[in-house]
Design a protein around this ligand. Sequence first.
Ligand SMILES: NC(=O)c1ccc[n+]([C@@H]2O[C@H](COP(=O)([O-])OP(=O)(O)OC[C@H]3O[C@@H](n4cnc5c(N)ncnc54)[C@H](OP(=O)(O)O)[C@@H]3O)[C@@H](O)[C@H]2O)c1
Length: 329
Amino acid sequence: MADKISWGIIGLGRIARKFAADLHQVPTARLAAVASRDTDKAIGFASEFGAARAYGSYKELLEDKAVEVVYVATPHSFHLEHSLMALHSGKHVLCEKPLAINAGQVAQLQKAASETRIFLMEAMWSRFNPSIRETLQRVKSGQLGKPSYLRADFAFPALDRDPSGRLLNPELAGGSLLDIGIYPVFLAYLFMGMPYEIKTVAHFGATGIEQQIGMVFKYPEAVALLYSGLSSRSGLSAEISGTLGSIYLDPPWYKTDGYQLQIGEEPSQISLPAQEKGFLYEIEEVHHCLQNQQRESNLWSLEDSHNLLTILDRVREAAGISFPGESAG
Ligand SMILES: NC(=O)c1ccc[n+]([C@@H]2O[C@H](COP(=O)([O-])OP(=O)(O)OC[C@H]3O[C@@H](n4cnc5c(N)ncnc54)[C@H](OP(=O)(O)O)[C@@H]3O)[C@@H](O)[C@H]2O)c1
């Protein structure tokens, strides 16, 4: 493998810009090419972020032999199609969350990654945040005793946005759940595993998308309270407590710079500032895997993505959330 890993980005929207900025901060990464459905947009993006080549179609980028790994940054409903295209073109893939819109589609991607023997990972960037990694270790090593309670929220006002945009458009799997509700659900899965019972309450908006959802997950000896919404702001806070102590992640918890640990009466504040926009940790994880010939991350595996989408499928079923023309993969 060359001294630098060559990346390509397809779908040059809001997250692609943030990701490209962080890619520059990783010394072993090079932005080789970017692709948009619009050539001028690709050229502008390439000149702003220093990409060597700009393409007016995703297919052309996937034919570029210099590109080793592709970051898929298109709306959720295209993740299956674009990740499959990339895998079948022989490119390693980091695909934005959710890896696909349901567990059946994730299974299809798992199969393709296994058959092509190519690396694939969901860009669940919070998994690689230093505080989330450290607090998980604390919980797993029993410092909090037996986990009993987890609470996490993620909401911001967005109902005034373009109804055809990906947040409010059902055709693009819009709604709060797959966009931001996925984070509280991820946290509950990471710390507590698979719930055996799920209850939900949800409201739906003018375009038919779910616009806010409260979720209660039941585990053998624990409960998680989760919330996401597009109708108002929330504190972006998260906590987990066990029989011996508690952890309070500093807001915004999904990209937190630290946490409070309370064992007994005395709280202590732990500071672990996340670097740059917080995406470079997932980029470093991809590099680590490729350098070690791993086809999956040990920290966020394809089984983890499948489990996460399985839980989200169950939440959707409980709340009555469906997307038009959805295929099960
Ligand atoms: N990790 C995070 O913090 C984070 C934050 C935000 C979003 N995301 C994820 O990233 C993905 C993209 O989100 P975003 O906020 O960047 O969305 P966005 O601003 O709407 O950009 C998505 C891009 O996808 C491309 N695209 C291809 N087909 C499209 C279609 N039919 N309609 C609209 N766009 C289409 C477009 O790029 P071209 O015009 O260049 O082809 C568009 O600019 C989502 O799955 C989301 O969950 C992650």
